[in-house]
Write a protein that binds this ligand. Sequence first.
Ligand code: HEC
Ligand code: HEC
Length: 461
Amino acid sequence: MKITLPAGSFLIGTAVLTAGIAGSVGCGGAPATGDGEVVVTQEAVIGDALSGTDPTKFNSGKNVFTRSLSNSDGLGPLFNGYGCVACHGSGSIGGGGNVTEARFGKLTNGLFDAMESIGGPIRQSTGIGGFNIGGLNCQSGHDNNPPVGATLFANRLTSPLFGLGLVDSLPDGRFDTLASREPAAIRGVVNRVRIALANPLDPSQVVGGTRVARFGWKAARPSLAEFAADAARTELGLTSSSCNAGVPNLTFALENRPNQSPSNAVINGCPDDTIPGTDLDFAVQSQQCRRDPATGASGSINKLDPTIELLTFFSAHLAPPTPVPISANTAAARGQALFNSASLGCSGCHRTDTDVFVSTSAGGVPAGIVFAPYSDFLVHDMGSLGDQMGNTGDSVAVTRRMRTAPLWGLRVRNNLLHDGRTTDRAAAITAHAGQGAAASAAFTALTSQDKNDLLQFLGTL
Ligand code: HEC
Ligand code: HEC
């Protein structure tokens, strides 16, 4: 439903979010209580803000991220979790987790078909049930499981958000540089996509223009702002509208609907928002993006929906995980050398180029921060490890492409690989196929001592 809480009210109830609180956020459990109180195990600096971040805004964003939503906040009608932290809580608020979401599709004339007409490609796992709009008794309905006609299915594991604001700040050319440095056999593809929602803090982003997609297991989305608006709608059922350069942006204003429902205009017989099925709230408050709702100043308004803006700010300002220091002549030091060796080739895709990974101020993070994500954020043909999912019209070869998983913060991850199939790091390595097959074979051929050294190194990330 449309977001009904003004951004400021998320601070009511003074959520408990400071470091060092005992307990844990388990993704299968109940991570957030109804009043927004959250109990977290905080490790070292994981989950902290980038230094210099406005703490008030960061905490406001964190409160939105951790809030457990109810119907009156705009939850549903269909949704996957009660709040972002329901899935993103491993290691700290904003982390990955063991929750997977279900995707589906089919092949039509040999090409991938995301089945948008029945609510694909993501199946929402639950709904709010009965709800009341303007005196009408309504039902959220539910997604069919399996969706009628789907033949391809894949689970997607929740990935961590630490450090991603730095990645968001990188200009497109950095990814081209990474690709150009990779040997042809493992070279990744730079995935340029159409920008659906522009982040006003990065003037280079224009709706309808292109940007290198770098977020998600398949590098499908170009920015954290667009991901936040998409996640709010897809995972929580929170629709939003924003203003991009004076034009209402309604890309994420349409409800998820039950995958057996014929139309987006009604949710099982009940109109949802002011204009059925669409959320014009922020655009309407801004008089169709020509007047700033906060100041009343007229002009060409360029602002995200306030809730989406806070979620974006929080995600963008999470500091990258700091690796555990490695002493010389230890197993981890030997493992690091193996990781970087030409014979294993791990660092060919899991990259740390210090000239490329330097933040810029695009998106509002501090410029000049050098970071080591252990990824190229490019997609690679991973053969049998590919998940067979894509956008409508993609060839089967394209559906095998996966983004190199960033390995920073691996030590606070549990389940691994895009579908969370294993907790065993060695098994995750041997599952590499396609462009990763040579690395997998080289790993398998190592002595058990060398394997152990490599795994010790991975445990420091
Ligand atoms: C039901 C579980 C769930 C909820 C709730 C959820 N997410 Fe996610 N999140 C995921 C999964 C699964 C992925 C991986 C998606 C993919 O790549 O297809 C993901 C990925 C992301 C990414 C991309 C990370 C990367 O590695 O590039 C961002 C950003 C993100 N989520 C933000 C949010 C925000 C903001 C919210 C709240 C509005 C949210 N998520 C709520 C499950 C969830
Ligand atoms: C051709 C590029 C490529 C090479 C070479 C490569 N990887 Fe990967 N790696 C990937 C991709 C892509 C994924 C995500 C696969 C998926 O889940 O679909 C991944 C995932 C992983 C994961 C799981 C991480 C997670 O978050 O689930 C680990 C661990 C890993 N790689 C370690 C290694 C090691 C160690 C080597 C060297 C022996 C290596 N990789 C070589 C591309 C590569």
